[in-house]
Design a binder for this molecule. Structure first.
Ligand code: NAI
Length: 211
């Protein structure tokens, strides 16, 4: 589906989930098709931006007809790799790790938490939903035995790098890092770091400069 030799920019990739979210809402409302103009007004990107983005993947929609909502929704899901599921583990079963484990919408999207790990003996052996918290020392073997695709790091920043190394050494290819630190990983491992605070500070800026 992606054009041969095409190098898709991160900016385009980061816009795809937004397209998919709006298309999902349109689908829920029973919309079958939408013009690029209306889609652009909804999402807030220009129609030409949308066309350019989607052209990276072979283009969708027709002049004068617009986009078929369901077809585009499914195609974007496929481009994003959401047409199959991923085994995940959560490392660090504190406040954030437990919150992520309790968030069932990730399961619905195909990201299945199959294990949690911690070093705190008070947490080891507990279950969050039906996900067992195991001793962090067992993480390497668990990853190898259970074909874990994505490791989610919810430890303190001091521990994050060593956790990432255990993940990468044992075959994890995707790391979703919540610890506020930059992780070094081999080139065949993708790391996506999330900073809620950056979004919060953006609100702070916007409030300050609102007038
Ligand atoms: P927490 O202290 O409640 O949980 C951290 C857990 O990690 C503890 O249970 C601890 O025993 C465990 N841990 C420490 N070393 C470990 C290791 N080597 N292996 C496995 N488990 C280990 O902390 P909280 O509030 O859940 O935050 C977790 C991390 O997420 C922190 O680094 C925090 O700064 C970060 N955070 C990031 C956010 C973001 O937007 N990216 C938002 C909120 C928190």
């Amino acid at each position: 589906m992606i054009k041969e030799n095409a190098k898709i920019s991160m900016a385009v990739i980061r816009r795809l989930p937004k397209y998919r979210r709006y298309l999902s809402e349109l689908l829920e409302k029973g919309r079958e098709r939408i013009s690029s103009k209306e889609l652009s007004e909804l999402i807030g990107f220009t129609a030409s931006q949308i066309r350019q983005d989607l052209n990276n993947f072979g283009g969708f929609g027709q002049q004068g007809y617009g986009y078929k909502v369901e077809e585009l929704y499914k195609a974007i899901g496929k481009i994003l790799g959401l047409d199959h599921s991923y085994n995940t583990i959560i490392v660090g079963a504190g406040n954030l790790g437990q919150a992520i484990a309790n968030y069932t919408n990730f399961d619905k999207a195909g990201f299945i938490p199959i294990g949690m790990f911690d070093i705190n003996p008070k947490l080891i052996g507990l279950k969050i939903r039906d996900i067992e918290i195991m001793d962090a020392d067992l993480m390497g073997d668990f990853i190898k035995q259970n074909k874990v695709d994505i490791g989610i790091i919810c430890t303190s920043k001091e521990k994050a790098q060593s956790v990432a190394e255990v993940m990468a050494t044992n075959g994890i290819k995707g790391i979703w890092n919540f610890a506020p630190t930059d992780i070094q990983a081999p080139s065949d491992v993708v790391v996506e770091t999330v900073h809620l605070s950056e979004s919060l500070y953006t609100i702070s800026f916007l409030l300050k400069h609102h007038e």
